[in-house]
Design a protein around this ligand. Sequence first.
Ligand SMILES: Cc1cc2nc3c(=O)[nH]c(=O)nc-3n(C[C@H](O)[C@H](O)[C@H](O)COP(=O)(O)O)c2cc1C
Length: 158
Amino acid sequence: MKSLVVYDSVYGNTRKIAEAIKEGLSEKYETKIIQASEAKAEDTGNIDLLVVGSPTHGGWFTEDVKGFLNSIPEELLKNTAVASFDTSMPQEGQSFFVKLITRIFGNAAPRILKVLGKEGAKIIDSEIFWVLGKEGPLKEGEEERAKQWAESLSNKKV
Ligand SMILES: Cc1cc2nc3c(=O)[nH]c(=O)nc-3n(C[C@H](O)[C@H](O)[C@H](O)COP(=O)(O)O)c2cc1C
């Protein structure tokens, strides 16, 4: 079975989570990892599981993730299992402005899943991983949690 992890990252934290997810999936899947700016719709052909992740920016995913999601023709994801993740700041780490934005707009991961769902994919799960500031670092233990989450995806899918 094959899986693909597509992610975006400005400061490297989401990349670390994506790599941990790849590691978790690799027990069960032949797994590729691609940055969203490099990913093409055809990369999603012939895969069993697609995992897409982004840093949360103003409650949304990044432009590169948006570009990737928009590039996927609907029929390509029919019967493909999909999951999403983001990195976000917990409320206590946020400035007043970001706190307000997060409260109003939410997080990237559920939005990614919603787009993929509209494209006909089979929704499995979404998860948020925490950074302690805009540039990181990741909260302690998040990479291990990401690996475990990825392992749990393999089980949910079958
Ligand atoms: C322009 C911008 C907007 C952001 N907006 C949010 C937000 O709405 N909610 C939030 O929790 N974090 C927000 N953050 C913090 C990001 O979550 C954080 O930079 C990201 O998780 C780090 O991941 P990366 O190292 O992969 O870029 C924002 C960061 C930037 C740069």
